[in-house]
Design a protein around this ligand. Structure first.
Ligand SMILES: [Zn+2]
Length: 430
């Protein structure tokens, strides 16, 4: 794939994140493009219901300003579709100093928020990788073209600062509520997270799906670092969402969908894509293939791969297959050679000697770059870095290759990771 083509495809996907206050119904509006995620407002008789709250107080403030041009009614209820920061981080702004009811499922996970405990956790590692995945510190639009499911220029001041603890949670699969004159049903819908819910307004057949659907291949594995997400459960949930026969669908990210047939197609194909990854990975595992073997051939079938809403702008098919393997089997790839591997530096020394010495490896690295083979250039760079050979030079060369690779992928997470990591290499931070 030509480099320009990949980054231009990613740039074109940004049409999904152009700022817009979309009116789905005289009593329902959705803010798209103001933050990493969508915020919906249901305008009732004596107050409004807010579904999801963005990742930051700055983004939430911008959206509330737009909502206040539509209605002065107080926010009576906030609903969290799930625990990811981009849905719970701006709630206090919508509360406007009051104390609205905040509803979530009882199992709302706050792993990525500060739980105040002394237990060891890899929060620092996850934060460093999160910064890379979302391209934090990169220039808006030019470097950070997209975050895959949101605009490149989302405001992040007050990131996570507006979280309000739920005041009302529910156990079980269904919670029916009457809020501000809306009869809503909240359904447990485990998928991208275990604590997911979807909101169904039966009277107008509008479904708020949270992040169990958005217009990009699902993030079955996030490179910022996540625990295994149960793929089969997510696919089953998509069947359940399709069965609503919704006339309008509001995803957690990307623009709403309209039309019963369109919505069913999207939801069922989304589930079929997940099941395709599961089936292919299981087949490969049962043939004895290791992850590095099966990622060479696992791909969506053409009838799914061509769907615009299954492009790998956010999730990635081969990363998902690897995550499924690990979720089912753990880290061991099945090859006994992998049980107690040669230490990296030792291996680098031996391979470099075979190759004619470190100078020869460095020359091969430069030749790989000249020929456009930047993945191989990075792998040779890693060998030399293991040897601590000409470290500054090699880091600079690796950074050069990562920058080229960034333009050659449609995946926003990979692109951002490459670019932030390149900057860290140049700054001597890694
Ligand atoms: Zn989200």
């Amino acid at each position: 794939m030509a480099a320009e083509h990949a980054v231009e495809r990613l740039r074109a996907h940004n049409v999904e994140f152009e700022k817009d206050i979309i009116r789905l119904h005289e009593r329902v509006v959705v803010a798209v493009g103001y933050s990493g995620s969508n915020v919906s407002m249901l305008i009732g008789d004596d107050g409004v219901v807010i579904i999801d709250t963005t990742e930051s107080t700055a983004a939430a403030t911008n959206i509330l300003t737009e909502f206040r041009k539509i209605t002065d009614l107080p926010v009576k209820t906030i609903i969290y579709t799930h625990s990811h920061r981009d849905h719970i981080g701006g709630a206090s702004v919508f509360a406007e100093g009051g104390s609205p009811e905040v509803i979530s499922r009882a199992n709302l996970s706050l792993d990525i928020m500060d739980d105040g405990s002394d237990r060891p956790n890899p929060k620092r590692a996850i934060l460093a990788r999160t910064k890379r995945q979302f391209g934090m510190g990169l220039a808006d639009k030019t470097e950070r073209v997209s975050i895959g499911v949101g605009p490149s220029d989302r405001p992040i001041k007050g990131l996570g600062a507006g979280f309000l603890a739920p005041s009302h949670t529910f156990e079980g699969d269904l919670h029916e509520v009457s809020l501000c004159g809306f009869d809503l049903s909240l359904h447990a819908a485990p998928g991208e997270t275990d604590d997911h819910l979807v909101v169904w307004w039966d009277e107008q057949k509008i479904l708020f799906s949270g992040d169990n659907y958005y217009k990009a291949f699902p993030n079955l594995y996030a490179i910022r670092g996540t625990r295994y997400r149960d793929f089969g459960v997510w696919a089953d949930t998509l069947d359940q969402l399709a069965a609503f026969n919704a006339e309008q669908l509001v995803p957690g990210h990307t623009r709403p969908l309209t039309g019963v047939d369109t919505i069913r197609e999207h939801l069922l194909d989304y589930g079929a894509a997940i099941r395709s990854v599961i089936a292919q990975t299981v087949d490969a595992m049962n043939r004895g293939e290791t992850p590095l073997e099966f990622i060479e051939h696992i791909a969506l079938p053409p009838e799914l791969a061509d769907k615009p809403f299954l492009q790998e702008f956010y999730g990635c098919v081969t990363w998902s297959a690897r995550a499924y393997f690990e979720g089912e089997m753990g880290w061991f790839d099945g090859n006994p050679t992998s049980l107690f591997p040669t230490p990296r530096r030792d291996k680098a020394e031996r391979l470099t000697a075979l190759a004619g010495g470190a100078d020869a490896v460095l020359a091969a690295l430069k030749a790989a770059q000249q020929s456009g083979d930047h993945q191989w250039a990075c792998e040779l760079a890693d060998t030399l870095l293991d040897l601590q050979y000409e470290t500054d030079t090699v880091k600079a060369l690796k950074a050069d290759s990562l920058v080229v690779m960034a333009d050659d992928t449609v995946n926003a997470c990979a692109r951002n990771y490459y670019l932030v990591y390149a900057a860290e290499l140049r700054a001597g931070d890694v």
